[in-house]
Structure formats: structure tokens, C-alpha cells
Design a binder for this molecule. Structure first.
Ligand code: FES
Length: 262
């Protein structure tokens, strides 16, 4: 799939809750081509002196209207700057980039395991799934739980866990995954969130002889495979038993069983 570079005006840039924001852009070319789990590389106007582009998972698209939405958390200068940009500001986007999630195979029950705003990267997967996934969302506390209503509106059963017990199950979201796997006979698990959570998901799947897909969280620079800033180790059938691949080009979604977790 060809990459598209597109000047995208901001249609709306608003706070969802706490430090979490959603920006809606008019990017018809990229919106029409996006597959679940892909990302866009964004040039922040007025911030070119600090960094050329930043990667953001694509949360939702509407191919009819050309809307492309991203959910982000203000964690530093760049995202704080993004949160300050008003409607009409034009951002240059490059995308859709990367390899996203597979469609769930026929006869499987899709399960989404999401940590924090990692749930945004899995929303399109759920939206396009022929069977509504069981959605498990975990966060530190209730203020970190996003998109519960949006997933439910797709017909998904949504379960919540928080580390501090302020909403749903008290503990890690992986406990909900173990419960789900006890009762689902043909699961197809996709996951996005912090890498320690993804590692735990991969371990649980491996213990049960299952596999799944994980969207790795990795720092990126060029976003298009040119700089090797985003390499991760994958298991490989070579004398070393592993190889480096580029998250931006070969991922960010990988089979959980192929990642060399360390
Ligand atoms: Fe440059 Fe992936 S970010 S190769």
C-alpha cells in the first residue's frame, strides 16, 4: 500500500478526560486506505525545530467524510503543543504506515486486551471485526480508562480493570484475559499497551499453546524504515535464533510468539 502525504486541517481537537485528548483531522486519502493498527507520522506545525515527525496510532477513520482521528496523552512538550492547536490548523500527515492487525479468522472469538490509551489502536479492529470482540481494558485508575462506551456501542462486551481498584477488577488486565481464556474455546487475541503488559499477554498465550498479535510500543524517528531507530528482536530460523526488524516497517503489530522478549 502506497504511503500518502496529506495536508490535514484539524476539525476538532478536544480533551476527552484528564491528560487524554482526541484530534479529528480531514485526511480523506489516508482515511480511505487505513487498516486497523496502522499509524500516521505527523508533522506538528510550529514544532519542526524540535522533531520532524511524531508517530500516532490511528484511532478511527470515516472513509465517507475523510475524517481521521487520533487519541493522545499529553506527556511532554510535543503533545502539549498538539493539545494547544486550534481548529483549522493544518498538519502534514504521512500514512497509513506499518503493518496492522489481521482480521480475526472465521470461527474465532476475537479478544482485545488494551492498556491505557493503547485501546485507541485496537478500536478499528473491533469496528471491522465480523464478530464483536470481547474487550478488556486496563489502566492505573478510572481516569485512565478510555473508549468504554465506544466499544460497547459496537456491540462489544467490555470489562475493565484498574491497578488501584477504582473501576472494575482490582489488578492487572491480564487477570481478565486469563478468565476469558478459561471460557473461550477459539480465541483470537490482539493487544496494545505498555510492553510489559504485552509480554505478560504473550506469556499467558504461550502457556496455553495459543498465539496472538501485539502492537509494540517503540520510539520511532523516520517512521518509514530508513533510520533503524526502531529495531526490535524477533525470533528467526538462523544460527543466532533471532534477527532485528524495524517496528515502523515490519510492525508495529507482530505475532506474540515471534517477539524476542527481554
Ligand atoms: Fe526509522 Fe523505523 S523509525 S527505521
Amino acid at each position: 500500500m502506497a504511503r500518502i502525504q496529506e495536508d490535514a486541517p484539524i476539525q476538532r481537537n478536544h480533551r476527552l478526560q484528564g491528560d487524554y485528548f482526541q484530534v479529528d483531522l480531514h485526511a480523506p486519502g489516508i482515511a480511505a486506505a487505513t487498516q486497523p493498527g496502522q499509524f500516521v507520522h505527523v508533522q506538528l506545525p510550529g514544532f519542526e525545530h524540535r522533531v520532524l515527525r511524531r508517530p500516532f496510532s490511528i484511532y478511527d477513520v470515516d472513509a465517507k467524510t475523510g475524517r481521521l482521528s487520533v487519541i493522545y496523552k499529553t506527556v511532554g512538550e510535543g503533545t502539549a503543543h498538539l493539545a494547544s492547536l486550534p481548529t483549522g490548523t493544518v498538519m502534514n500527515l504521512l500514512g497509513p504506515l506499518g503493518v496492522g492487525f489481521s482480521a480475526p479468522p472465521a470461527g474465532t472469538q476475537p479478544i482485545v486486551v488494551a492498556g491505557g490509551y493503547g485501546c485507541a489502536a485496537t478500536y478499528l479492529f473491533a469496528k471491522r471485526s465480523p464478530v464483536p470482540p470481547l474487550v478488556l481494558i486496563g489502566g492505573r485508575s478510572a481516569g485512565d480508562i478510555l473508549l468504554q462506551r465506544e466499544f460497547a456501542a459496537l456491540g462489544c462486551e467490555v470489562r475493565i480493570s484498574t491497578n488501584d481498584g477504582s473501576q472494575g477488577h482490582a489488578g492487572f488486565v491480564t487477570a481478565l484475559l486469563e478468565q476469558a481464556l478459561d471460557r473461550v474455546s477459539s480465541p483470537f487475541v490482539v493487544s496494545c499497551g505498555p510492553n510489559p503488559m504485552l509480554y505478560a499477554v504473550a506469556r499467558i498465550l504461550a502457556e496455553r499453546g495459543l498465539d496472538g498479535e501485539v502492537s509494540l510500543d517503540h520510539a520511532m524517528c523516520c517512521g518509514v524504515g530508513a533510520c533503524f531507530a526502531c529495531v526490535v528482536k524477533l525470533k528467526a530460523a538462523n544460527p543466532d535464533g533471532w534477527e532485528y526488524v524495524r517496528t515502523c516497517l515490519n510492525g508495529p503489530v507482530f505475532k506474540a510468539s515471534t517477539v524476542h522478549w527481554e
